[in-house]
Design a protein around this ligand. Structure first.
Ligand SMILES: Cc1cc2nc3c(=O)[nH]c(=O)nc-3n(C[C@H](O)[C@H](O)[C@H](O)COP(=O)(O)OP(=O)(O)OC[C@H]3O[C@@H](n4cnc5c(N)ncnc54)[C@H](O)[C@@H]3O)c2cc1C
Length: 399
C-alpha cells in the first residue's frame, strides 16, 4: 500500500506502539493519539508468552525487557490469616511467574521509547468524528481540528469509544461474571520478590506482586452478577472495591487501607470483546479493542503483539486496505478465538469460590498442584516450553 499518507493510531497501550514500530520499518508515517494526559504506567506483570515472545525478539527488545525484569521468584497461595498454603516457584506448572517478567507500565515505557523518535505522539487527545472519503479518512479531534489520513487503527483497549462510535453494532461483550481491578499501592518492608495470592469468602481473589522499589502491584477480581456501571468515578470504584475486600483477611485489609492512595485504576467488568468483523472501510480494530480475551487468559498482551505485527505486515504487502484488513482478520481470528475459549463464566466461578467449604477445597487443589508428584509428572521442560512457543503461531515474513 501507498506510503505517502499518514496512518492514525488511537491508543498508546501495547498494540498501538507495536504497530507503529512495524509500520515505520516499512516506510509509513504514523500519528498516535492517546486519551490520557501521559503514558499510562499502571498494571501488574504482563504475560509475554508464545508467539508474543517471538515478536519481542524480532523487535530486538528482549534485553530491555530483561533489564526491567521484576525478579519475581514465583507464587505463593495464602489463607486469609496469611499462612502459606502452596508454593509454585518460577518454572513450576501453574505458576503466574513466567520467563519474561515485566510490569505492564514498564513494558509500555519500553515500547514508547522504541517508537517516540519515529512516530508522532499526541497525549491528552482523542477522536470525536471520522469521515470516510474516496481516497482517505478524515479525523476530527477533541480540539476541533480535522486532519486527513490513509487509515485509522483503533487500539484503544476494551472500552474503546472510537470503536463504539463506528462499530457498536458489530461489537459484543461477553461478560464473565466478575469485576477486575489492577493498580499499585505503596511497597512495604515485608514485601519480597514473591507473588502472593489469596481467595476470600464471597468470591474475592487478590494477588499482590512485586513492582518497583516504591510500589507493589495489586490484582483484585470478585464475582458480581450484574455488570451495571455504578457511577464510574474513582470514588465509586474505591467503594465497590472496599465492599469486595471487607472481612477477607489480612492482605485484603492492607489493600483496603491503601486504596485512598490510588488514582489510576484499570477497572471494570471482566468481559471479552467479540467483534463480528474487525474493520469498516479504512477503519480497523487492533488489540483489546477488537478481541480482548481478559487478563485471566494471560494472553491479552501476546495477542496484541502478534496482531500488531500481522496488521502492519499485511498493510505493507497488500494492494489496498480492504485486502490488508481481510487477510489480517483471516490469519488472526482462529488464534484469537482459541485464546478466548480458554475462559468461561463457569471457570471464573471455580477460581472464585464463595463459601468456606469452597475455599477449603480450593486450598486442597492448590496444595495438590504444588506437590512434587504433580510437578514431576506434568511440568513441561524448558525445551518443551520453547517448542510450544515456536509452534504457537506461524508468522509470515514481511521483510
Ligand atoms: C493502565 C492499564 C493497566 C493494565 N494492567 C494490566 C495488567 O496488570 N495485566 C494484564 O494482563 N493486562 C493489563 N492491562 C491490559 C493490557 O495492557 C491489554 O490487555 C493488552 O496489553 C492489550 O493492549 P492494548 O494496547 O490493546 O490495550 P491497552 O493496553 O488497554 O491500551 C489502550 C490504550 O488506549 C487508550 N485509550 C482509551 N480510549 C482512548 C481513546 N478514545 N482515544 C485514544 N486513546 C484511548 C488507553 O488510555 C490506553 O493507553 C492494563 C491496561 C491498562 C491501560
Amino acid at each position: 500500500m501507498d506510503t505517502t499518507k499518514r496512518i492514525l493510531i488511537c491508543g498508546s497501550g501495547v498494540a498501538g506502539p507495536t504497530c507503529a514500530y512495524w509500520l515505520h520499518k516499512y516506510g509509513y508515517s504514523t500519528v498516535i493519539v492517546e486519551k490520557a494526559a501521559a503514558l499510562r504506567d499502571g498494571g501488574q506483570n504482563v504475560d509475554i508468552k508464545g508467539a508474543g515472545q517471538q515478536v519481542i525478539e524480532m523487535m530486538a527488545l528482549s534485553e530491555k525487557i530483561e533489564a526491567n525484569n521484576t525478579q519475581e521468584r514465583g507464587q505463593k497461595y495464602l489463607d486469609a490469616a496469611g499462612n502459606v498454603i502452596a508454593v509454585l516457584p518460577k518454572g513450576a506448572l501453574g505458576t503466574l511467574t513466567s520467563d519474561f517478567e515485566i510490569l505492564r507500565g514498564d513494558f509500555a515505557q519500553v515500547l514508547f521509547e522504541s517508537t517516540k523518535d519515529d512516530c508522532e505522539y499526541r497525549f491528552g487527545r482523542f477522536v470525536t468524528a471520522l469521515e470516510e472519503k474516496e481516497d482517505g479518512i478524515s479525523a476530527t479531534f477533541d480540539n476541533g481540528k480535522t486532519e486527513d489520513f490513509e487509515l485509522v487503527i483503533c487500539a484503544e483497549g476494551i472500552n474503546s469509544s472510537t470503536r463504539d462510535m463506528l462499530m457498536a453494532a458489530q461489537t459484543r461483550f461477553r461478560y464473565l461474571g466478575a469485576y477486575m481491578a489492577f493498580f499499585k499501592i505503596p511497597r512495604r518492608e515485608e514485601d519480597d520478590r514473591w507473588a502472593y495470592t489469596v481467595n476470600g469468602i464471597g468470591g474475592t481473589f487478590i494477588t499482590l506482586r512485586p513492582g518497583n522499589e516504591k510500589e507493589t502491584t495489586v490484582l483484585i477480581t470478585f464475582l458480581r452478577r450484574d455488570h451495571d456501571m455504578f457511577g464510574d468515578t474513582p470514588a465509586a470504584r474505591r467503594r465497590l472495591l472496599r465492599q469486595a475486600l471487607d472481612g477477607r483477611g489480612a492482605i485484603a485489609d492492607r489493600v483496603s487501607a491503601d486504596l485512598d492512595t490510588v488514582d489510576d485504576f484499570y477497572f471494570g467488568p471482566m468481559s471479552q470483546v467479540q467483534a463480528s468483523t474487525w474493520s469498516k472501510g479504512r477503519f480497523v480494530l487492533l488489540g483489546d479493542a477488537a478481541f480482548c480475551p481478559t487478563p485471566f487468559t494471560g494472553k491479552g498482551t501476546a495477542l496484541a503483539l502478534v496482531a500488531a505485527y500481522v496488521l502492519a505486515g499485511e498493510i505493507k504487502r497488500s494492494a489496498d486496505h480492504s485486502q490488508a484488513f481481510a487477510v489480517y482478520e483471516r490469519l488472526l481470528r482462529p488464534y484469537v478465538e482459541a485464546s478466548q475459549k480458554q475462559l468461561n463464566p463457569r471457570r471464573i466461578r471455580l477460581i472464585h469460590p464463595r463459601s468456606g467449604c469452597g475455599i477449603y477445597l480450593t486450598h486442597l487443589a492448590q496444595r495438590l498442584l504444588a506437590s512434587q508428584a504433580v510437578q514431576r509428572r506434568f511440568r513441561p521442560s524448558a525445551a518443551k516450553r520453547a517448542r510450544m512457543a515456536a509452534d504457537d503461531f506461524l508468522f509470515a515474513d514481511y521483510s
